[in-house]
Design a protein around this ligand. Structure first.
Ligand code: PLP
Length: 386
């Protein structure tokens, strides 16, 4: 689809058509998996379409990158081998040893580990701040040294919400960029670049891929200068998405809109069910009016997503038992796939933060609500809650 048409089209049209024109020689409607490392040149330096070596560019990856850029309404998209590979590439593209970044105090565990164990050894300092507290983020910034404010919204697993527009202003006032990890919302529910963010990060392993069959990551950037820095580092560091992974991720991306609507429908029904259940002491979901981030989420999200957390009234042992007792919900880490998952953050995804300020309640259960028949999901939880 031409770039001009693509900019005017609706989300689902862009998801299906942006980034790729049917192949001129065969008419293939879907980008082929270009399993090639190198490309024949028409005389020295005579590249066809700019392709010379698949670390630098590969047409299957190019198609995915174009689609991601169109959905996030950015200047350019970049696909990586994983979400963390995308993050590391971004940090090294935009920061230098001695710089400082502000990260969420409840950042995704792998992101926290990347800053704490890898980037810190490289000379980058970080300060954690709660995403829902604009003054706390402002106070954590060190003007002159802070190059990036890193935001996740909603966060994992407590679903805290950060105000993208307000935090972009706070970051920009201090000469820093605002980076938003948009994995939980997906570009269907939230487009941070349109709210002032400079870079969007995705673990495409989650909702974008959507089928739990591929690990991947992405960056989408708003302006050309940042795009050039990221493009250079993507090639220089080399943590790119391979053509098979790019194909699967792109295939998933085409149905993101319909999947997200069903994830949200099912999550809303489960929230209603859980809120009325006497074995549940609290339901955490940004769509609930009593959620502290509800007003901001209503402003910046189309709907409230497929992640739901709840606390089990009888405590940790009972919460663990519930996680082990479901049959439709699969006990497992990760999120964003068509299948529903259940997990105990305190013992699973967030075990590494036990005993720190980031510790999560022991009676907490996290659901990644899938797109199965909602009656089956409700019956499954009802049975497990006993
Ligand atoms: C999974 C996840 C990541 C890391 O992505 P990988 O693809 O596992 O490397 C980063 N941020 C969030 C919010 C995630 O859920």
């Amino acid at each position: 689809m031409s770039q001009e048409r693509s900019q005017k089209s609706g989300f689902e049209t862009r998801a299906i058509h942006a980034g790729y024109e049917p192949d001129p020689t065969t008419g293939a409607v879907i980008p082929p998996i270009y399993a090639t490392s190198t490309y024949k040149q028409d005389g020295v330096g005579g590249l066809r379409g700019g392709y010379e070596y698949s670390r630098s560019a590969n047409p299957t990856r190019t198609a995915l990158e174009g689609a991601l850029a169109a959905l996030e309404e950015g200047e350019r998209g970049f696909a990586f081998a994983s979400g963390l590979a995308a993050e590391d590439t971004l940090v090294r593209a935009l920061c230098r040893p001695g710089d400082h970044v502000v990260i969420p105090d409840d950042a995704y565990g792998g992101t926290y580990r990347l800053f704490d164990k890898v980037e810190r050894a490289w000379g980058l300092e970080y300060s954690p701040a709660p995403v829902s507290d604009i003054d706390a983020v402002r106070a954590a910034i060190r003007p002159g040294d802070t190059t990036m404010v890193w935001l996740e919204t909603p966060t994992n697993p407590l679903l805290n919400v950060g105000d993208i527009e307000a935090l972009a202003a706070v970051a920009h006032d201090a000469g820093a960029l605002l980076v938003v990890d948009n994995t939980f919302a997906s570009p269907y529910l939230q487009q941070p670049l349109t709210l002032g963010a400079d870079v969007v990060v995705h673990s495409t392993t989650k909702y974008v891929g959507g089928h739990s069959d591929v690990v991947g990551g992405a960056l989408v950037v708003r302006d050309l200068e940042v795009a050039q820095q990221v493009a250079f580092h993507q090639n220089a560091m080399g943590a790119v998405a391979g053509p098979f992974d790019a194909f699967l991720t792109h295939r998933g991306l085409k149905t993101l809109g319909v999947r997200m609507d069903r994830h949200c429908d099912n999550a809303e029904r489960l929230v209603e069910f859980l809120s009325a259940h006497r074995a549940v002491s609290q339901v955490i979901y940004p769509g609930l009016p009593e959620h502290p981030g509800h007003e901001v989420a209503s402003r910046q999200m189309k709907r409230y997503g497929g992640m739901v957390s709840f606390r089990v009234a009888a405590g940790e042992e009972r919460a663990l038992a519930v996680c082990g007792a479901t049959e439709v919900f699969t006990l497992g880490e990760s999120l964003g796939g068509v299948e529903s998952l259940i997990e105990h953050p305190g013992r699973m995804t967030h075990a590494s933060v036990a005993g720190t300020d980031l510790e999560v309640p022991a009676d907490l259960v996290r659901l990644s609500v899938g797109i199965e028949s909602v009656e089956d999901l409700i019956a499954d939880l009802d049975r497990a809650l006993g």
